[in-house]
Design a protein around this ligand. Sequence first.
Ligand SMILES: [Zn+2]
Length: 97
Amino acid sequence: MGQGRHTPAANPDGTSYPVIRVSLAALVTIYLLLFLAAVFLLWIVGEWNRRRRERRALQHRLRCVICAFQFEDRTDALLPRCPRCGSLNERFKMDQI
Ligand SMILES: [Zn+2]
């Protein structure tokens, strides 16, 4: 009967802190960055869409050469008819609005 108890080597004073604090900060930072990137991407896409829609709307915008009436024409007619005076107009690119 030599040694009676053999306590397992469990350290009650366990000072083995995991590095969860650093990784949590990193996770928060990554999350924030991803969030910002997503918002930025959405903003860019929205702006691009809006600009494209504006340009397309401008493409269909015409001004009558007779009465200077501005109207939209979304048909494929080569000579769209002015709804005000009924004259035929050529398509041209409008630089100013
Ligand atoms: Zn006209």
